[in-house]
Design a binder for this molecule. Sequence first.
Ligand code: ADP
Ligand code: MG
Length: 279
Amino acid sequence: MSATDSLTGASDAAAPALQGPAGAGPSLVAAGLTVAIDGARLLDGVDFEARPGELHALLGPNGAGKSTLLGALAGDVTPTAGTVTLDGRPLAAWKLRELARVRAVLLQQHEVFFPFTVREVVEMGRAPWRGTDAEDDDERMIAEAMALTDVTALASRAVPSLSGGERARAALARVLAQGASTLMLDEPTAALDLKHQEDVMRLARERAASGDTVIVVLHDLNVAAAYADRVTLLQRGRVVASGKPRAVLTAERIGTVYGQDVEVLEHPRTGTPLILPLR
Ligand code: ADP
Ligand code: MG
């Protein structure tokens, strides 16, 4: 069990959504992270922290380094310099199988599961628990993950026969079935219709509210503003700003980073920032 698992049960069910467990320290910390490939710096001295109980959005224009950062935080990309620690231990000190039990990753490019059915793909999420007592939970976890992502009715369909959005939801179901307390999702809503987009974001927020650490790469600044506790804005491999959405997502900063003038309004009912391109 990880430190974040033990927090899950301790969190107060009556607490407002989005409020993390009191006093929870960061579970995932990156310091001075640099990733260079052929002289190009994909990440350049990135400091980053994600906390249990928080939904943390990674934002930035195409090519800013969001997927590279997520890969480095997941341990899938080896940094040229800098460190990542998870629950106080450097990633390099984790065995791969241990890591797979505490953090689950949805890649931006979903793997091609050519010969498999949806059900079989979701079952793959349970692989890290093979041979452990947690195998008893396999059926329940698989069924829950498929229900949460609305793919139960697609269970026996071959993955190549699915639409892009259905495939994305099946890939997310596999990640949820893994039962990890740190979730890293790279553009999980990119292919989804409005309802499924909101379903996925609600789900991510509920997981955070119950004490998990949730990191989500997003393109839609309005979705980030509405759902994230904290956002980190990247540009050319560097952190431009990190903090509460309202503080980070100013019209001036968005205009500079994205090269597109915007106006930021306040939602009349919720007070959430609404970001609109100037047209
Ligand atoms: P984002 O997810 O923010 O769109 P990425 O992290 O995928 O950005 O990529 C950051 C930059 O690094 C991009 O310019 C991309 O083309 C480049 N890049 C990514 N992977 C490689 C690689 N293996 N070799 C060279 N450049 C890469
Ligand atoms: Mg990306």
